[in-house]
Design a protein around this ligand. Structure first.
Ligand code: GAL
Length: 756
């Protein structure tokens, strides 16, 4: 039976490579590091996009536990950017290409008793044989061993993956799990026991089957068995089951795998998307998995937190993993919060030669075999994003995907019209509003699907990007620009709701991200997000957030500073309120100027924003500030007051998690906002913060930062082995009277992980 160990701690790193070191690395010239790790910590912006492209070296000592005697030793890499060569005790063992896929290497026969040496050459140059490289792409891939590394100690046969296949009819599933076995021994008849437990851990189904396994790799499916009265998974009730798969050879337990899954059906039809037979309009955002300073290299807790932001703060029901396989931690959290996932292979606008194509096909296999059990994933995106047609290549891609998964549709994201539809769904990045919407031609917010596909009949169709580069907005941009971006998102989603020829629309994008100099605002950041890179909202975020049912949560987000001089003509209007209240009342100049109701320009949204556009005052009247009040079911439920003398009053510092693990590198986000005496953000206050932590914590990035748009986020991480108890984070606002703010975090052991 397997034992799993984390190898995240105790690495040595050097941002260079010298062939002699493969055999005998001079460890005193290396820096001790833990994983996840980036080859180069970048500045917040204005870095060179070439800084992380390099050959680097990672070394780790490995002494197997006693229990490993006579067993197999499998190294498991969850993500290394972008190519690695692995040497064990000086001998070359394996190469892996592709920075987003899991890889496993059997190193058993290269190990000896006592201390062994793992050496990795990590290549983060932009090699045009490896997707997504080949053309300058609009994002950064960074470099390094940026996800977990594990050691699996197994018997002769171990289960690489279980693809928990089922057909669902009502609440009854016909189960036929596929057991993907890696067997270094002889062929044998194995006894497999499958136990399904409900969310409380109670077994609801258990059955056994005898299965013949071959030598080497074999992947039999178990004979069909039904499970009845299942609770289905959906976006509102993301019900998950735990499945234990135990493999016995005689009386010996050879291996066990525990996975989580959910039961649901997905259907892509020409008139829309169906989840469990019910039509559901997809409203989503694209996501890059990068963060300031560390790039991709923040632990799973941080990756998973983005799923919470998307589902529980922005209230969207869909995310696209643009443009690559995202982490297990993120996908598992999508399962838990009910966020549908459009899962995509790496690629961006370029199809390379044979080696590139082989890697792309391998990415498809890896994506589907490793992500198969996530109920949140509703589609496989198997083309290189926005690439030209290449029928031979893509017919094969589609065949690979369908042979591995018949339960989900395939698609590929295009920016071209009349592309050959080889997959099940035509996905299109529709930026038509780029030229038209900004100029107020409302009818061209989105394109009719047949004008895109060039077909005379309708096919399953989805919009996978809009907005983005059309209208970048920085968190410190003025109110008018912020408002315009919000209106573009509102207008596109309004059109998304109205049409009946599309599954939905996914906007570009959730969060600002680092990029190459060919894109972005000259500072290597694409400000395309509805939130900034710290996951703090711009006005466009409120368009999504306010669509939630008010019975669940009242959202009341006036998109205004209510500062007269911020707008043209020294007027506090027009402004927009993103809310699910029935109406708002506005008081200006000391009196009510009336009630305002959801705008008819967005009347297909569940909760259209409210436009406030009349101003009874004269530009030179004495300004008295104002109040905006939200009403729901006849009652006041929200109120925001704006002072005529807004001044710096406080720094609000918050933390996402109050408990962290200290036996692995764990991390959480801290946010800081400068606010006035009414608690309103002061986006133009350009304050400077210093951050200090106790010795058991570490700041990711610099300890002195200037706020961006009156606010900033940063991440702290734990330092394994550096003390227990409580960690503290103290934030000081320089040159102010604001008292220092100290947050505390409880630190304790991660009971689920064994480190070696
Ligand atoms: C798309 C591309 C995205 C991003 C976006 C910006 O064409 O697929 O990766 O660059 O444009 O709006």
């Amino acid at each position: 039976m397997r034992e799993k160990y984390s190898l995240n701690l105790g690495w040595y790193f050097k941002p260079s490579f010298n062939a002699v070191e493969k055999v005998a690395p001079a460890l005193d010239t290396y820096e001790p590091v833990n994983l996840p790790h980036t080859v180069k910590e970048l500045s917040y912006n204005c870095f060179s996009h070439a800084e992380t492209a390099m050959l680097s070296s990672y070394v780790r000592k490995l002494t197997l536990p006693e229990s490993a005697a006579g067993k197999r030793a499998i190294l498991e890499f969850m993500g290394v950017m972008a190519r690695y060569e692995l040497y064990v005790n000086g001998t070359f063992i394996a190469e892996h290409r592709g920075g987003y896929s899991r890889s496993r290497v059997d190193i058993t026969k290269y190990l000896h008793e006592g201390e062994n040496l793992l050496f990795m050459l990590v290549d983060s140059t932009e090699n045009d044989e490896i997707p997504p490289f080949g053309k300058t792409i609009d994002y950064m891939c960074f470099g390094g061993i940026y996800r977990d590394v594990n050691l699996l100690v197994t018997d002769a046969a171990y289960i690489e993956d279980v693809m928990f296949r089922y057909d669902l009819n009502g609440t009854t599933a016909e189960l036929y799990p596929e057991i993907r076995l890696n067997n270094a021994g002889e062929a044998f008849d194995g006894d497999v026991t499958v136990t399904i437990r409900d969310a409380e851990g109670t077994p609801v189904k258990q059955y056994a089957a005898r299965v013949p396994f071959g030598a080497g790799f074999s992947n039999p499916e178990l004979a069909r068995v039904s499970a009845e009265n299942l609770t289905l998974w959906d976006t509102e009730h993301p019900y998950l089951y735990t499945v234990d798969v135990e493999l016995r050879r005689g009386t010996h337990i050879e291996d066990t795998v525990t996975l989580k899954t959910g039961f649901r059906t997905v259907l892509a039809a020409p008139d829309g998307f169906y989840l469990n037979g019910e039509k559901l309009k997809l409203v989503g955002l694209d996501r890059h998995q990068s963060y300031p300073y560390a790039g991709y290299a923040l632990p799973e807790r941080v990756q998973a937190a983005d799923a919470d932001v998307l589902r529980n703060y922005l209230h969207v029901n869909t995310v696209r993993t643009s443009h690559y396989l995202q982490s297990e931690g993120f996908l598992s959290r999508c399962d838990e919060v009910g966020l549908l996932v459009f899962s995509e292979i790496p690629g961006w606008g370029y199809i390379g030669g044979e080696k590139f194509k082989e890697t792309s096909h391998q990415d498809i296999r890896d994506m589907i075999t490793t992500q198969y059990n996530h109920p949140s994933i509703f589609i496989w995106s198997i083309r290189i994003n926005e690439s030209a047609d290449d029928d031979e290549f893509y017919l094969k891609s589609n065949e690979i995907a369908h042979s591995l998964d018949k339960s989900r549709p395939t698609t590929g994201v295009r920016c071209i019209k009349n592309s050959h539809l080889l997959e099940d769904v035509y996905a299109f990045n529709d930026f038509i509003h780029m030229t038209r919407e900004v100029k107020h031609y409302r009818e061209l917010v989105l394109t009719n699907q047949q004008s895109v596909t060039g077909l005379t009949h309708r096919v399953p169709y989805i919009v996978t990007e809009y907005s983005g580069h059309v209208y970048p907005v920085k968190p410190f941009d003025g109110e008018e620009r912020q408002l315009r971006q919000a209106q573009i998102h509102a207008r596109v989603q309004n059109a998304n709701m109205e049409r009946n020829d599309a599954m939905g629309a996914i906007g570009w994008c959730a969060f600002d991200y680092q990029t190459h100099g060919d894109y972005g605002s000259g500072d290597k950041i694409c400000y395309h997000g509805v939130m900034d890179i710290f996951r703090m909202p711009k006005y466009a975020a409120y368009v999504y957030r306010s669509q939630v049912d008010p019975a669940k949560e009242i959202v009341f987000e006036p998109c205004t500073l209510l500062a007269r001089g911020e707008n043209d003509d020294n007027k506090p209007v027009p402004f927009m309120v993103c809310t699910n209240c029935d109406y708002v009342e506005v008081e200006l100049y000391g009196k009510s100027i009336g009630n305002f109701f959801p705008s008819l320009s967005y009347c297909s949204l569940p909760h259209p924003p409210i436009m406030v556009d009349n101003d009874p005052g004269h530009w030179s009247d004495i300004w008295t500030g104002g109040t905006i009040i939200g009403y729901y079911k006849g009652k006041e439920v929200a109120r925001k007051t704006y002072s005529c003398d807004a001044h710096l009053d406080d720094l609000v510092v918050e933390i996402d998690d109050h408990e962290l693990y200290n036996t692995v590198v764990d991390s959480t986000r801290v946010t800081a906002r400068f606010v006035d005496q009414e608690g309103n953000l002061l986006p133009y206050y350009n304050g400077v913060l210093t951050i200090e932590t106790s010795n058991n914590l570490e700041i990711v990035g610099p300890a002195t930062v200037a706020v961006v748009g009156g606010r900033i986020g940063f991440w702290v991480k734990t330092k394994p082995g550096c003390g227990e108890g409580t960690g503290t984070i103290t934030v000081r606002a320089l040159n102010t009277q604001i008292p220092a703010k100290t947050l505390t975090v409880a630190l304790h052991e991660d009971p689920t992980i064994r480190c070696l």
